[in-house]
Design a protein around this ligand. Structure first.
Ligand code: HEM
Length: 498
């Protein structure tokens, strides 16, 4: 008993000595080469940062973390630092810093230290690894994004027709839940090239969601993730991985290697098998692609509808624009200007990834944000987490003007978009940029085009503001509560070519 206590005491004092030494070395380096440290948030515990850690957990649980990060920028400036669980975390809305992280010094930054252990249900794939392992994963995943693989609206259309049939005119519905469910089903079919049975989908949906929530919490806890009870989470992880295995097996049985060469559309499980990828790795790769696919487009779509339910003028604008189309194809949908601008406004105000974080893999620098004026370069020791806040950049009045908080479609027709590149990166930037951007944009446009054609109007049934619930992706904590009113004499199925 005593020796355990002595061991604990020794470990604690070794940790404190290491942290103090680290802070002193860092302070020294912070002032070399013109570098100055950024504003440090005043806290009670300067070594472990336990106060900030517990506060961010509380804020995350009550869905107030994004609003707090935003208000700290107002109070402490455009770049600030705090210490959480013994490691520095830098928050920034300086475009120059975003450029350094995602472009100029891209190789100095990674995601694996953040994600690999927090998202074990995904294994090692494109979302969770860095370096050569990531390059290999990206090469394996990329063939899914050929035109023929992403240009097919038919599988969405059948599910959309069913959803429309179930919508009663004027009755309240949560479109966020409806589209998350639709996308789970459609997303699984797209990734596995197999349709899940109804019973399996129900289980997959619940356990996948449990894995996402558990991973969100573990991402927030960082090195202390081991403190969270695991039993439930591990059970969900095993269920998700075993269902993934089942449907990979099923896909391999139903598509022979010869058929996969001729059918036009890529079957990802068959492709991985043809490349001699082992089954455990194939499960990792399909689940990494699934997480990127399943809870992104559905939330974006729901955010667009959240805006539309409060802006009948934009709904009517879309109706007029869509009515002029001869059919709903990739090429025709691409020409819709108001549609494009609505999608951009929704991503600006309600980004799916509001904090696109990275960890410094080596000692590096940021070009600006240090010193009392917030303009000096900053020395960044390896292990520092950086949070370029997409949410706060999207609402920054210095970039978007005094009406930054409002939805205004024609802001996207003014000036050059290039100038805003580093303020607005909803799909990431650089070599790790999103592979599914075009697929997602086209699907959201298609579904919205179908909705404005089928429904006369949409009404909000919720006076509350949008509240970001940040887990792995960020959705509206209140859902998207609306009522839709059907047009007389229009059927639920597509009225034009899909
Ligand atoms: C509105 C919808 C979407 C948004 C806002 C979005 C956003 C992003 C962002 C910000 C990243 C970069 C992450 C980082 O740098 O750490 C990313 C990566 C990725 N996205 Fe998306 N995404 C969306 C939809 C999709 C869809 C539908 C798919 C697949 C069908 C997809 C596949 C991927 C993949 C595979 C990556 C990893 C790229 C890499 O690391 O090389 N995304 N996405």
């Amino acid at each position: 008993m005593i020796s355990a206590f002595v061991l604990l005491l020794c470990s604690l004092s070794a940790f404190i000595s290491y942290q103090t030494w680290h802070i002193l070395v860092r302070r020294h380096k912070s002032y070399q080469d013109g570098c100055e440290p950024p504003t440090r948030l005043p806290g009670i515990d300067p070594i472990f940062g336990l106060d900030f850690f517990f506060e961010s957990l509380r804020l995350q649980r009550s869905d107030r973390i994004l609003a707090t990060i935003n208000s700290r920028f107002q109070k402490y400036g455009r770049t600030y630092e705090l210490r959480a669980l013994g490691s520095p975390v830098i928050f920034t809305i300086e475009p120059e810093n975003a450029r350094a992280v995602f472009s100029t010094n891209e190789n100095h930054w990674g995601v694996a230290p953040l994600r690999a252990s927090a998202m074990t249900f995904l294994g090692r794939g494109i979302i969770t690894v860095d370096g050569d392992e990531w390059k290999r994963a990206r090469n394996l995943v990329k063939p899914n994004f050929t035109k023929s693989n992403v240009m097919n609206f038919a599988p969405i259309e059948s599910r959309l027709t069913e959803l429309f049939e179930n919508i009663q005119s004027g009755q309240q519905i949560d479109l966020q839940s409806s589209f998350l469910r639709l996308y789970m089903d459609f997303g699984a079919e797209w990734v596995f090239d197999e349709t899940f049975s109804h019973a399996d989908m129900k289980v997959f949906e619940a356990d996948f969601d449990n894995c996402l929530s558990g991973s969100g919490l573990r991402l927030a806890l960082g090195p202390f993730a081991f403190l969270v009870p695991k039993t439930n989470w591990l059970k969900s992880r095993d269920v998700v991985r075993s269902l993934a295995n089942k449907y990979i097996e099923q896909a391999l049985c139903s598509i022979s290697p010869e058929k996969s060469q001729t059918q036009g559309r890529l079957s990802f499980p068959r492709y991985l098998a043809d490349k001699a990828i082992s089954r455990p790795e194939a499960i990792d790769q399909v689940l990494n692609l699934s997480i990127a696919n399943m809870a992104t487009t559905a939330i974006h779509l729901s955010n667009c509808l959240f805006i539309l339910s409060r802006r009948p003028d934009i709904w009517q604008l879309l109706q007029a624009e869509v009515a002029a189309l001869p059919n709903f194809t990739f090429d025709s949908l691409r020409t819709l200007k108001a549609m494009r601008n609505l999608l951009l406004e929704a991503l600006r105000l309600y980004p799916i990834f509001p904090n696109l974080s990275r960890v410094a893999l080596c000692d590096t620098t940021l070009p600006t944000g240090g010193g009392p004026l917030g303009t000096s370069p900053i020395f960044v020791p390896a292990g520092t987490k950086i949070v370029p806040s997409q949410m706060s950049m999207g609402r920054d009045e210095r970039i978007w003007g005094p009406d930054a908080a409002q939805v205004r479609l024609d802001r996207w027709d003014e000036g050059d978009l290039e100038r805003r590149a580093w303020h607005f990166m909803p799909f990431g930037y650089g070599t790790r940029a999103c592979l599914g951007q075009q697929k997602s944009n086209m699907e959201v446009s298609y579904i919205l085009a179908r909705m404005v054609t089928r429904f006369e109007r949409i009404e909000s049934r919720d006076a509350r503001e949008w509240v970001g619930r940040m887990r792995v992706t960020t959705r509206n904590a209140n859902g998207c509560l609306v009522a839709l009113y059907k047009k007389e004499g229009v059927g639920d199925a597509a009225v034009a070519d899909a």
